[in-house]
Design a protein around this ligand. Sequence first.
Ligand code: A2G
Length: 375
Amino acid sequence: MSSLIGLEAVTGIALKFAIEGKLTSAEEIETGHINSTWKVGFETEDGEVRRFILQRINASVFKDPMGVMRNVERVTRHINERVMRKKEDVSGQTLALYPGRDGRFWVPDEADGIWRCYNFIEGCRTYDVVENEGQAYQAARAFGAFQDLVSDLSPELLVETIPGFHDTRSRYEHLMAVVEENACGRVAEVGEELAFIREREGEVDRVLNLLGRGDIPLRITHNDTKINNVMIDEASDEAVCVIDLDTVMPGSVLYDFGDLVRTAVSPAEEDETELSKIVVRMPIFEALVDGYLSSAGGFLNDSEVTNLAFSAKLITLEVAMRFLTDHLEGDRYFKIHHAGHNLERCRAQLRLVAELEGKMGEMEACVLDRVKTLS
Ligand code: A2G
């Protein structure tokens, strides 16, 4: 469903940013599940067209949109400084925020919403489905490089934009509470999905326990490393930067690597309804491991490495639980494009969990093999 924000409102907001020229186009981008995003074009007097991304932060998901903006500004500034200081792996860079006419990096709207503006990188695009190993390698390298670039940013400088975001135990308990309540009367139709999830309850604590025992460290992580959150240069297929920093906060790198595998390893979309199309492409998984280790291999500890393959299954289960929870609560969190969309997304994720389980031995062996090659 496209957002309820009209073209006129977007035009009004666009003009509040310090962009030279006349607004000539505005088009909504409907791929994201959370914020409302528009691509706008401005033409200067000498006929040059420049494009920008305008985004309204979803305030029912991000309860403190100003805190989100402060995080994004901090992280962006930190990365820019580091990249300027040394020649680092620049694929972990991020988009530049564009200021409003008053110099701040955000602009309010009449409904108390917060908008920001990014430069649009011409010649680059994002992929919802990875087409080849090269793209997988590049995307994974970029997220590892991003984690490296923020590794020396003090966690106290960042707010937790969504508390308990990857607390898989709370996600499980919340789903069970929502099932108990059955507010929309939808529980009867999801018996199979619930049984599948309940059988795997024991696994939701694994990363939390590792964190609790100190076996894996809390690091600053991206936390929403979907494959379509990396911009890829269309001509060279190289990763250019990482986008969507709204959930950058302390977390485990395992959720980042896992979410990348979740969204890259299968040739099917996240909401595929023909479940037989959902499979684990081992060459893509290998490329993700290689790409990630090429930039993150230097700082991961042994427990992190040992759990890389498992992390893909865990985050896929987490996201399935979240889609199911939202379906049962009446589709209040994720944007949907038709009735039942969240249930379809949940079913696709659960199928992927099953496929990942079938390949877990091979995936773990692949990680070990790649680590040996590195050392
Ligand atoms: O949809 C969004 O990007 C979610 N982001 C992310 O966590 C994940 O669930 C994804 C599924 O496609 C937020 O909830 C902020």
